[in-house]
Write a protein that binds this ligand. Structure first.
Ligand SMILES: *Cc1c(COP(=O)(O)O)cnc(C)c1O
Length: 393
C-alpha cells in the first residue's frame, strides 16, 4: 500500500493524518512506523559510506521515526519541509535563529506565549538582535513599526491567554513587500483549522507537545517552512544539533492519526462550554474567538475553519480566597501549565504581567480553560459548582 499518491491535492486533511508518513511496505507490514532508536548507523562499504544519496547516516540527523512525522506535518501545513525539535519552545527558538542575525530587528506579538518572549529578551538580544513587541490587533498599522532593519515578524494567532486573532493577510502584505519573514505559532488551531503558509506566512511552528501528541505524555516541537525558507531552516536545525527522540516521534505520529477527529471534538466542545459560560453568574467575560462576542470574531471566521480547545474567562472581581475556593474544589478540571490532552484543565492566569506594547488591565481573576474530552454536561456541572463556591466565598 503506497501511502503517497498522485492525487494528493484532492485528499482531505482526515485522509492525510491517517495515511501520510506511514510506509508499512518498508516495515514488514507494520501499520505504524516503529521506533528506530539509535545513534550509530553502519555502512557496509566505502561506496555506501561516501554516498551522497539521501539516506539516514547518524541518529541526530534523522531516522524513519522522525521522517514519518515530518512527512505528515509538511503535508498538513502545505510546507516544503518540516524539522523536529525536543519542545515547542526549541522549535520557536530555531525559527527565530533561522531568519535573524546580529543587527536585525524582530517584531513579536505582545500576546505571544511567555517563553517566546523570554528567549527573545534573554537570548536574541544578547546576539545583537533588537526585539520589539506589537499590539496583536495592529494589522496593517504595524507598518508604522517597520524599519529597514526589521527582518522578521512573529505572529501567534490567537494569542496565548488573551486570544486576539491577528490579521495575517495584512501582516503578510507588509512583510512580503519588504522581504521580511513571517513566523506563525499555529499550536492552537493546528493545520486542521488554520493554514498560515497558504495565507503567505514563511515558517509555521508548533508546540507538538499539545494537540499533535494529544495525550499530555511527551514534549515535542515542529517547524515547517515554505520553499523560500526551508533550506535555511534545515541548515540551521542541523548546525544547532536539534532533534527529537525517536520514542517521542512515535508518540507524536500516533497522536497525529487522530488529530482531525480530536480537533473537531475540541472545537465543538470548547465553543459549547464557552457559550454556556457566557450566561453563568459570576462570569464577567468569556474570550473565545468562535463566539460572536469576541472582538476578532470576523477575522476568526475569515481565516479559521474551527476553534482550538483553549479559551479564557474573566470573573467578577473577588478576593484571592474566593478563587482558591473555586479551583481547589474541582473534581474534573486539573490545574496545570500545559494543554492539548484529553483531560480538561482550568488555570488561573495573569497575562498583564508580560505585556509591554499594550496594557492588559481587565479587572477580576482570569482563568484559562482547556476543554478536554469528558462528557460536556459533567464539565458544566464541575464549573457550575466551582462558580457557586466562588460566589459564596
Ligand atoms: C506550550 C506552548 C509552546 C511551547 O511548547 P513546549 O513544547 O511546552 O515547549 C509554544 N506555543 C504555544 C502557543 C504553547 O501553548
Amino acid at each position: 500500500m503506497a501511502e503517497t499518491n498522485s492525487n494528493k491535492k484532492a485528499q482531505s486533511l482526515e485522509t492525510i493524518v491517517t495515511h501520510t508518513g506511514r510506509h508499512p511496505e518498508k516495515h514488514w507490514g507494520y501499520v505504524n512506523t516503529p521506533v528506530y532508536r539509535g545513534s550509530t548507523i553502519v555502512f557496509p562499504t566505502l561506496d555506501s559510506l561516501e554516498s551522497t544519496e539521501p539516506r539516514f547516516d547518524y541518529g541526530r540527523t534523522g531516522n524513519p521515526s522522525s521522517a514519518a512525522v515530518e512527512e505528515c506535518i509538511s503535508e498538513l501545513e502545505g510546507a516544503a519541509g518540516t524539522v523536529l525539535a525536543p519542545s515547542g519552545l526549541a522549535a520557536i527558538s530555531l525559527a527565530l535563529m533561522t531568519v535573524l542575525g546580529s543587527g536585525d530587528d524582530v517584531l513579536i506579538t505582545d500576546s505571544a506565549y511567555q517563553p517566546t518572549r523570554r528567549v527573545s529578551d534573554g537570548v536574541l538580544t544578547r546576539m545583537g538582535i533588537s526585539v520589539r513587541y506589537f499590539d496583536p490587533r495592529a494589522g496593517a498599522s504595524l507598518e508604522r513599526l517597520l524599519t529597514d532593519k526589521t527582518r522578521a515578524i512573529f505572529v501567534e494567532s490567537p494569542g496565548s491567554l488573551t486570544f486576539e486573532i491577528q490579521d495575517l493577510a495584512a501582516i503578510v502584505a507588509l512583510a512580503e513587500a519588504r522581504g521580511i519573514a513571517v513566523i506563525v505559532d499555529n499550536s492552537w488551531a493546528t493545520p486542521i483549522f488554520h493554514n498560515p503558509l497558504a495565507l503567505g506566512a514563511d515558517i509555521v511552528v508548533h508546540a507538538g507537545t499539545k494537540m499533535f501528541v494529544g495525550h499530555s505524555d511527551t514534549m515535542f516541537g515542529t517547524a515547517s517552512a515554505n520553499e523560500k525558507w526551508f533550506r535555511q531552516l534545515k541548515d540551521t536545525h542541523l548546525r544547532l544539533g536539534l532533534c527529537a527522540s525517536p520514542d517521542d516521534c512515535f508518540l507524536a505520529a500516533r497522536g497525529l492519526r487522530t488529530l482531525a477527529l480530536r480537533m473537531r471534538e475540541h472545537s465543538a466542545r470548547s465553543t459549547e462550554l464557552a457559550a454556556w459560560l457566557e450566561g453563568q453568574p459570576g462570569v464577567r467575560r468569556v474570550i473565545h474567538p468562535a463566539l460572536p462576542s469576541h472582538p476578532d470574531h470576523a477575522l476568526f471566521k475569515r481565516d479559521f475553519r474551527g476553534a482550538g480547545s483553549v479559551f479564557s474567562i474573566l470573573l467578577e472581581p473577588k478576593p484571592r480566597a474566593a478563587l482558591a475556593a473555586m479551583v481547589d474544589g474541582f473534581e474534573l478540571f486539573g490545574m496545570g501549565w500545559s494543554w492539548g490532552g484529553y483531560e480538561s484543565l482550568c488555570l488561573p492566569i495573569t497575562p498583564g504581567k508580560a505585556r509591554s506594547a499594550v496594557a492588559w488591565d481587565e479587572p477580576g481573576p482570569m482563568l484559562r480553560i482547556h476543554t478536554g474530552l469528558e462528557g460536556p454536561d459533567d464539565l458544566k456541572g464541575d464549573l457550575a459548582a466551582a462558580l457557586e463556591r466562588y460566589r459564596a466565598a
